[in-house]
Design a protein around this ligand. Sequence first.
Ligand code: NDP
Length: 401
Amino acid sequence: MAHRAMIIGAGGVASVAVAKCCQNSEVFGEIMIASRTKAKCDALKERFQPTTKTVISTAAVNADNVPELVALIKEYKPEIVMNIALPYQDLHIMDACLECKVDYLDTANYEPEDTAKFEYSWQWAYRERFEKAGITAVLGCGFDPGVTGVFSAYAQKHEFDEINYIDILDCNGGDHGYPFATNFNPEINIREVSAKGSYIEDGKWVETEPMEIKRVYNFKGVGKKDMYLLHHEELESLALNIKGIKRIRFFMTFGQSYLTHLKCLEDVGMTSIEPIMFEGKEIVPLQFLKAVLPDPASLGPRTKGKTNIGCIFQGKKDGKPKNYYLYNICDHQECYKEVGSQAISYTTGVPAMIGAAMVLTGKWKKPGVFNVEEFDPDHFMENLNKWGLPWEENRDPVLVD
Ligand code: NDP
């Protein structure tokens, strides 16, 4: 049966989610693309409507204005709202979903605009209200967080009695040819990578200086890359939801040019989120920087190479130690050929579509607020293969020390 979904946002990730919903018109019979700049929604409609049976509508909405969003949801009557705007909008969109009793899904956890701090507490606080309203919220359904949680649930269900260590490795071997650009929203990306690093060991957060811990890993499909330990949101939920975790870490690859530029921008104050006065107007340096950097949505045609993102699990099966690596390799140019976007948007937009389809078809439908690893992973794993993110496994992986 075909369903009706509302997609909020019309940026890099949302364009892929729209493309994928349009490929899956059996589930997504009708979609509305609603975002701050309506022209971007209309451009997506123009691009994808001729390719699909899915009926596409568009609207302008400021998702931070809850009454405005509620009015739009009540008018369009979607069964799910897919929040693919920015983390700042999460709570407002959840409020609107509660008021309209509509299911909710996002790809990044809430972050207040004035503090670079991201954690689940704000969204987990909605659990009881979502339960009472009988609606589902799926949190963090991109790749990381998202597929990394599904991989963890799958490993727990099929491969281990107990998982003790998880290392999430996010490698982008793509080259866009610019000296400096970010692969998704620059403001969110820079806030994430300039923050202190952290990981969880024996139930406690251990904090590091930004980029303090470096390792080199040889990624299949990409080759040897430097990777750095970062704080990442799924560490918090996985440490709670996966049995027996002793340590969980997240590493992301960065090239030297990216790091040198970032250091320089930081040193001159361009990555600051403290407002300053400029020619009589208050501006936030990081937001100004975003305005002069290449739009991530424009990197598609230029980016060549592959991403390799996955999880290395160490634990026990039938009393014996066991290691297991689940990962996906995605090619930037293949993504561009298929949907007109680079692989970072692709690897986030595809899981968002799959997660929404899981809710719409009743497989992931239960009242409350959930991280993806709290659902059965099997159907999602099949869908990753079907919709363009096939996974591979390695039962004898090189471990990260
Ligand atoms: P973009 O900046 O490209 O797009 C964001 C979109 O949201 C824009 O269309 C923007 O509108 C719209 N928007 C912003 N504020 C509002 C508002 N108040 N009301 C309505 N619309 C609004 O970002 P990306 O596509 O790169 O990223 C989207 C999300 O995906 C982010 O939350 C990001 O953190 C997340 N992400 C998750 C990943 C994962 O693996 N889980 C990986 C990568 C990204 P306008 O066009 O007017 O600016």
